[in-house]
Write a protein that binds this ligand. Sequence first.
Ligand SMILES: NC(=O)c1ccc[n+]([C@@H]2O[C@H](COP(=O)([O-])OP(=O)(O)OC[C@H]3O[C@@H](n4cnc5c(N)ncnc54)[C@H](OP(=O)(O)O)[C@@H]3O)[C@@H](O)[C@H]2O)c1
Length: 316
Amino acid sequence: MWGQSCGDLYSLGDLQPDPSSALHTRHGRVRGRGSRGEAREELQGCHHLLLSSTMKDTACPQSLRPSPPRLSQQIGDKVFTTNTVTGGYAEYTVASQDTVFPLLGNLDFAQGASIGIPYFTAYRALIHKAQATPGETVLIHGASGGVGVAACQMARAYGLKVLGTAGSESGMKVVLGNGAHKVFNHRETDYVDKIKEYVGEEGVNVIIEMLANVNLSKDLQLLSQGGRVIIVGSRGPIEINPRDTMKKEASIIGVSLYSSSKVELQQSLAALIAGNESCWLRPVIGPRYQLKDAAQAHRDIIDSQGASGKMVLMMS
Ligand SMILES: NC(=O)c1ccc[n+]([C@@H]2O[C@H](COP(=O)([O-])OP(=O)(O)OC[C@H]3O[C@@H](n4cnc5c(N)ncnc54)[C@H](OP(=O)(O)O)[C@@H]3O)[C@@H](O)[C@H]2O)c1
């Protein structure tokens, strides 16, 4: 099974021997699994780390904590990948060994499909690029989709004060249920004023931005002294006033998951394994599409009425 969102690829399945190719020494061939396979992978539960009324129902006893995944992959292992060589819209794909990781314990395949891009991107944005520290305030600007939910869970687990935005009631519930202390609706005309009122003069230390072509100028108004805007998503140009960065000595930093070094990917993986073991990593699945409906999935992501987790493509 594979998922794809706005051209971002992630895939997972059982590692199979590649019967024909010399690529076998460098690559695992990843085979898709259907819903019966997923049924054996249901969440069994583990110790909860994040305490809030909206998250209690996902807590689970420490005695059921998943065992750590084995880090070297064998044929038959369940895996996910952050990238593929041959593309993700297929029943089989080829991925470089560097980008193939064991499916974290207790996650099903759909949840696994939500890790490769969203969680690795969230970690790169929040930790590698923003260098966010506990006690800082972060605004996840577009928190209801794949990357946003991952960033909310991660930021809360790392001790930040978490503000999120969404564009629908259901999206706002998802954001609040996944680590945000406070949520705002980015389709309301005065939502930036509401954020300003909420954070006061101090402002926001870090903004993880999913739609910079719409928000970058507003973001600069919201930042604290020394604040950082981390651009994860943008669909076009925008005019900003560079003076808005000067007094605050603010930074605007772009993110590209595909620029991660092998060491950085391993660091992200280690953090995500820990997140799985302590149960803050809980991918939220939004709409599921069959492969034949991939074109519709692309249309829906562009004309979205409101995300509620990660969109995934199913192979069966
Ligand atoms: N730089 C990288 O390495 C990297 C990696 C992964 C993804 N990306 C990009 O990051 C973006 C997010 O990815 P995703 O997988 O999370 O996509 P997604 O699941 O489609 O989510 C999109 C998010 O953007 C929000 N949004 C819509 N209008 C907004 C607005 N005016 N202001 C703020 N947020 C708004 C959506 O909120 P509502 O739907 O609730 O309105 C939703 O939370 C995409 O553009 C993707 O291509 C970049």
